[in-house]
Design a protein around this ligand. Structure first.
Ligand code: PHE
Length: 335
């Protein structure tokens, strides 16, 4: 047998042997052992190359080609096996760690606006469509704007109703949004047609219907020839649009120092038994118009202040105002 044939046989034998060995490997470790055995620096492929040196020159090309072919065959197969074991080991590890990769991922959940913000926006949108524009005022208010200019002088018994939290002798957390009426009228001539949403504060002990921080939307319209009929029309249209026609509503005579005459508005759910007060309203008192240098002989106006939490409670049948501020997502998620 020629030297060449002997080497080619060897290549063939090595191929058979390595194939069989590859079939039997059972771990990454064993793959690596095979790699060193065949492809290592002193491995069997290298041995074949060494033998190649002894061949006659004209046979070297053919034998070299055979060895190279076997070499790349082994490289591919060993790499393939290694990948397989790596994958297996990873899966095994994941299983041991108790991670089920087939479980759906945890979603982050998209946030949404708080129900009070939603209702507040809904209310202001309805009034904006009626032509009222947005006005804002400070939450820390002076005694003058919160009381004095609204016809509630010092020692007036009505101050008891709006007992608040004082910042110093002259300033308090506003008890209602009505001071914005004064600020707006001071800054412009009639007609004035505004709404003012915002936070208000009272020294109330929290219970099912009271909370020391709450939201109001104030409305003020001052112009010539405005009457109580306009007030009723605006309120009735608003209530129908916000609650729908199946809710009942009523006006109830009341007293506010800054309106004359004054009325409370009560609303009842279709399935309800009790009226719930949602707003105070009335024709702007001439004393208030005079405080901002408007002539009460020329101008009339009406105002209302409604409680946003109350509106939300009625609309959705919520029986405790404290739920809004507990931040329980099971509650808030419903809106
Ligand atoms: N400011 C009053 C309150 O907080 C509500 C109100 C506003 C009443 C405007 C009449 C007119 O109770």
């Amino acid at each position: 047998m020629s030297q060449l044939d002997a080497l080619l046989d060897k290549i063939q034998d090595l191929k058979e042997e390595s194939k069989a060995n590859l079939e039997e490997v059972e771990s990454l470790q064993e793959c690596e052992e095979l790699r060193v055995k065949y492809l290592g620096r002193n491995g069997e492929i290298q041995e074949l190359f060494d033998e190649l040196g002894d061949l006659p020159d004209e046979d070297k090309a053919e034998a070299g080609k055979g060895i190279n072919k076997l070499k790349s065959f082994l490289q591919d197969r060993i790499e393939e096996k290694k990948e397989k074991f790596k994958r297996r080991e990873k899966e095994k590890k994941l299983k041991q760690e108790g991670i089920d990769v087939t479980l759906p991922g945890r979603s982050r959940g998209v946030g949404k606006r708080h129900v009070i913000t939603q209702v507040n926006d809904e209310l202001t949108t309805i009034f904006k469509r009626m032509g009222f524009s947005l006005a804002l005022g400070p939450e820390v208010e002076s005694d003058y704007y919160n009381f004095e200019a609204l016809n509630i002088p010092e020692l007036h018994p009505a101050r008891d109703e709006w007992d608040s939290l004082y910042v110093d002798d002259e300033h308090l957390l506003r008890t209602h949004t009505s001071p914005v009426q004064i600020r707006e009228m001071e800054s412009q001539e009639p007609p004035v047609k505004i709404i003012c949403p915002g936070k208000c504060y009272r020294r109330d002990t929290p219970d099912a219907t009271h909370y020391p921080v709450f939201h109001q939307v104030e409305l003020l319209w001052v112009d010539e020839n405005l009457t109580f009929a306009n007030l009723k029309y605006v309120i009735r249209s608003f209530v129908e649009e916000f609650f729908g026609p199946e809710f009942s509503m009523r006006f109830r005579a009341d007293y506010f120092p800054f309106t004359e005459p004054s009325a409370e508005v009560d609303v009842m759910r279709p399935d309800g038994e009790d009226w719930l007060e949602i707003m105070g309203s009335g024709m702007v008192d001439p004393n208030v118009l005079e405080a901002v240098d408007y002539d009460p002989e020329t101008y009339q106006g009406f105002a209302l202040g409604l409680g946003v939490e109350r509106m939300a409670m009625l609309k959705y049948g919520i029986d405790d105002i404290r739920l809004f501020y507990r931040n329980d997502l099971r509650f808030l998620d419903q809106f």
